[in-house]
Design a protein around this ligand. Structure first.
Ligand code: X8Z
Ligand code: ZN
Length: 603
């Protein structure tokens, strides 16, 4: 690290990123810009690693002390990033080599949580951020204040997934939402400080800073989102109509309106974001032709590590190196019973080189089998780009990171399961509709939720949604996009967005919407590369070297180029495209349209 990086800057204090004229700093050239960004990267690397270590300990062992340590380490990252971003404006007027120019741009948008210049505010915001995430991790519902019967998210989620008793479902649904009202005033302050921080980095507000991740003006990204949503919306409406009619059959019209919003507690998931758990209620045929992966995994006594080994083997079959021993030694695979952790699954590369880990409270079921592949997708991506300079060690955009593991999981087909010995018999194509229905309950049901979380948050950041309307606006969006409604009246005494991890954890969510489109586009391209020609939902790229090579080549690019180039490297296309998803589900779409003929569609 050179001294020039830590001296106070001779720039206008508050909004340095907009540049300042006056007497100005000494003249600089492109060579100095390169030296500056090289040493900035070295300095940031140390701080990022320190922050990751502290954050790992905090989220796998939540205490007041680990929270403080993590907050302090993050504060150091914020302070240094702001200082460097300000210093980088010295080079704004220069014609710079492409990589240096891109790194400077990435430096300025690198924080998901920027803070203002005032160190007291940096400290306040870091503590708020870590505290909100920890509170979510510690969250429990204690019926009538009885501490002995408290239930955590895993227990409540199990009820949501398996119970068919509306009263019990309602209690679990409501119960989990008791954790978030205390977050509300802190979230409000968090938004205020985060916006102030985004302004310090030269953005209008935090939504603009987040959207800068997509290498194009915010409006274009939002328009892309809307375009993709309109393409998939008819399929969502068809699925919604079938699920609603099936729920009417099961619960009756007193609970489920024939042509209105579906009550949110009946869909098998705490946030109604995946409906796979109510599959038995909506199955296309009562004579099951398919198989139950959950039962198979349990019958074969597959344990948590065994689940992860299946995922690893898939990536190795594509030509990736096996995970390092330290992955198996340092990861968290099961929920500890003696201390609080943040159970929400995540993947880490602590030293940004080889120190890969996942943190996941794995359960032995089909859903977590897919999630394990999702998490490993992050890890194999992280390792693939670890040779890049530090500021390029990220995915092409955040949706790419979310899409890779899911793309691989789309290749977990019945033939693949048979190939690796998890299924005894060759599956009959009669089971196709069942499989597609399960996939749709996971992937298609998710789309409007993936879209609306950041519709809400962007508007909160721009001020279009005020804190007086946090909950009302949340439910307006849930009704509008998902066609679901709260099962009991909600008010501004509630803070239902806070009961979803990514809000208190401040994790952007548009990434998942785009990832749900991209993963089918990736799957289609990789299947083509593998020489596959049949229906998309039968394709598995398992053990295919050509597909593996193509994937690896894209992952290795990291964030070095704007995302359309990475998309082109993988698929030959430069635009996100929903036709692959629509092709994949085509047989189910035909079935749904036929069965919905005499049913109301829409809400
Ligand atoms: O948060 C996740 C992953 C970790 S990046 C488990 N997902 C979203 C969610 O759970 O809400 C994956 C799908 C959507
Ligand atoms: Zn993820």
């Amino acid at each position: 690290m050179t001294a020039c990086l830590i001296v106070a800057l001779p720039f206008c204090a508050a909004l340095a990123l907009t540049g300042c004229a006056d007497d100005g700093p000494a003249p600089v050239d492109a060579e100095q810009a390169r030296a500056f960004i090289d040493s900035a990267e070295a300095r940031l690397m140390d701080l990022w690693i320190a922050s990751q270590r502290a954050s790992w300990v905090q989220s796998t062992f939540i205490t007041d002390d680990t929270e403080r340590i993590a907050a302090k380490a993050y504060e150091d990252v914020i302070a240094a990033t702001l200082e460097l971003a300000e210093e980088s404006t010295r080079f704004d007027h220069l014609e710079l080599p492409g990589d240096v120019e891109r790194k400077i741009k990435l430096l300025r948008r690198s924080l998901v949580l920027p803070a203002p210049r005032d160190p007291a505010k940096q400290e306040e915001l870091s503590i708020l951020a870590v505290g909100l995430e920890s509170d979510y991790g510690k969250g429990e519902y204690c019926p009538e204040g009885s501490a002995s019967e408290c239930q955590d998210l895993a227990q409540l989620s199990r009820i949501m997934a398996t119970s068919r008793d509306p009263e019990e479902l309602l209690e679990a649904w409501r119960g989990w939402r008791t954790i978030s009202p205390p977050m509300r005033p802190r979230y409000e302050r968090f938004v205020e400080l985060g916006n102030e921080g985004a302004q310090a980095f030269g953005f209008a507000d935090l939504s603009e800073m987040w959207l800068s991740n997509y290498d194009m003006p915010s409006k274009e990204t939002m328009a892309d989102m809307e375009r993709l949503w309109q393409e998939v919306r008819p399929l969502y409406l068809a699925l919604h109509a079938h699920v609603r009619a099936s729920l009417v059959k099961h619960y009756g019209t007193r609970l489920v309106p024939e042509d209105g919003h579906i009550p949110a507690h009946l869909l098998g998931n705490m946030w109604s974001q995946s409906w796979i758990n109510i599959y038995p209620l909506v199955a296309p045929s009562q004579q099951a032709q398919g198989f139950d992966l959950t039962q198979i995994l349990r019958a074969r006594k597959v344990d948590e590590r065994g689940m992860v080994r299946f995922g690893e083997r898939f990536f190795v079959s594509l030509g990736f190196d096996p995970l390092p021993d330290t992955f198996w030694e340092r990861s968290l695979f099961t929920q500890p019973t003696d201390h609080d952790v943040v159970c929400h699954a995540s993947a880490w590369n602590i030293d940004l080189e080889q120190d890969l880990r996942i943190k996941m409270c794995i359960e032995i079921n089909e859903e977590d089998f897919a999630t394990v592949h999702h998490e490993l997708g992050h890890n194999f991506y992280q390792r693939a780009y670890s040779h890049q300079p530090p500021l390029f060690r990220d995915s092409a955009n955040d949706a790419f990171h979310e899409a890779i593991g899911d793309t691989v999981a789309l290749s977990v087909t019945p033939s693949y399961l048979q190939q690796i010995g998890l299924l005894d018999e060759a599956p009959s194509p009669d089971g196709d509709l069942e499989l597609l229905m399960k996939m749709a309950l996971e992937k298609v049901a998710f789309l409007p939720f993936g879209l609306l979380v950041d519709q809400w948050r962007w508007k909160v950041f721009t001020g279009e949604i005020s804190s007086a309307d946090y909950n009302k606006s949340w439910w307006d969006l849930r009704r509008k996009y998902q066609g679901i409604d709260a099962p009991v009246p909600r008010s501004e005494a509630d803070f239902d967005p806070g009961a979803k991890y990514h809000i208190p954890a401040n994790t952007p969510y548009s990434r998942y919407f785009f990832a749900h489109i991209l993963q089918f586009q990736f799957h289609r391209a990789l299947c083509k590369e593998a020489g596959y020609e049949g229906p998309l939902h039968h394709c598995s790229i398992y053990d295919n070297a050509a597909a593996g090579e193509r994937l690896k080549k894209t992952l290795k690019m990291g964030m070095s180029r704007p995302w359309p180039e990475a998309l082109e490297a993988l698929t030959g296309e430069r635009r996100m495209d929903a036709t692959a998803l629509l092709d994949y589900f085509a047989p189910l779409t035909a079935w749904l349209d036929e069965h919905n003929q005499d049913r109301p569609v829409g809400f």
